[in-house]
Ligand binder design. Structure first.
Ligand code: NAD
Length: 291
């Protein structure tokens, strides 16, 4: 049993914190929304009065917050979690943020710090099947890994500070590009008189295969659990995909990497979100391709 502090109990953090309680840990929780704290207390978590209080005395402290500014403020701001935590605590940020801020917080917090963004979405958080992509020191990863695996099925140590966020940005840039290409192929198939099922059967066993086809097929039918079968209710929202593509574009600009497909995906998702589809699943972008 470890003592764990957890701040940020939203769509992802709430179920993650509850899974740590279920695993038998003592979990002190905080969110600025009291109802979200109450949902965790109902299953056995301890309510903390502030993020710093959640961090105090914990062996491991976790944040799951919206964006980089929230993460910087929560850890390094006045009354921040880093200063409140024990000097030997392991600090873990699971939010998706930019690489530069992750490195800044890791350098500024004066403790062993891991950036550990996740893949797997809300279902993955609820079912403890997330994948963690982790950056930071070896010893901190070794200490955190067993606990991360109680919230997910894999934790991959990608390198030093910021490496987890770098892996997440690269992964989601691939995901956006393959989803758009998959949507284009299904729309082309419709115009050529090919059924959705026929294209799925071929592509899922051929070189066009990807997660966007076999797990998350953007048309209803071939994969019954995909969001296309429920009017593109998320899933993984287009707004979050746009956020992640923005982080990838920022990283590309800072490093001088050429990412023309990533840039095009960003442009298409920005138009999709601006048209009022931010709350739809990101696979719903297929609708904008049918003219
Ligand atoms: P969310 O908005 O549902 O949850 C964020 C929570 O942080 C909110 O409950 C908010 O009240 C709380 N919060 C904000 N400032 C705080 C503070 N100072 N102290 C304590 N709590 C504070 O967002 P989410 O969907 O849970 O996403 C969290 C992170 O995970 C984001 O960085 C997101 O990009 C990433 N992510 C989300 C998904 C997904 O499918 N939702 C998938 C992968 C990664």
């Amino acid at each position: 049993m470890a003592r764990i502090g957890f701040a940020g109990l939203g769509n992802m953090g709430g179920p993650m914190a509850r899974n740590l309680v279920k695993a038998g840990h003592q979990v002190a929780v905080f969110d600025i929304v009291p109802d979200l704290v109450a949902r965790c207390v109902a299953v056995g978590a301890l309510a903390a009065g502030s993020a710093a209080d959640a961090a105090r005395d914990a062996d491991l402290v976790v944040t799951m917050l919206p964006a980089g500014q929230h993460v910087r403020d929560a850890w390094l701001g006045v009354g921040g979690m880093a200063a409140a935590s024990r000097p030997d605590a392991v600090l873990v940020d699971c939010s998706t943020i930019d690489v530069a801020t992750a490195r800044e917080v890791a350098a500024g917090c004066g403790r062993a710090f891991l950036d550990a963004p996740v893949s797997g979405g809300v279902m993955g958080a609820e079912n403890a099947t997330l994948t963690f992509m982790v950056g930071g020191p070896d010893a901190a990863f070794a200490a955190a890994e067993p606990i991360l695996k109680q919230m997910g099925r894999a934790a991959i140590h990608c390198g030093g500070a910021g490496a987890g966020q770098a892996a997440k940005a690269c992964n989601n840039m691939i995901l956006a590009a393959t989803m758009i290409a998959t949507c284009e192929a299904f729309v082309l198939a419709e115009k050529l008189g090919l059924t959705h099922q026929a294209l799925f059967d071929v592509v899922s066993k051929s070189s066009g295969q990807s997660w966007s086809v076999t797990t998350y097929c953007p048309v209803p039918g071939p994969v019954p659990a995909s969001p296309a079968n429920r009017d593109y209710a998320p899933g993984f929202s287009a707004a979050l995909m746009l956020k992640d593509l923005g982080l990838a574009a920022e990283a590309a600009a800072q490093t001088g990497a050429e990412t023309p497909m990533g840039a095009k995906a960003l442009e298409l998702y920005r138009a999709f979100v601006d048209a009022g589809n931010g709350g739809k699943d990101f696979s719903g972008i297929i609708r904008t391709l049918r003219t």
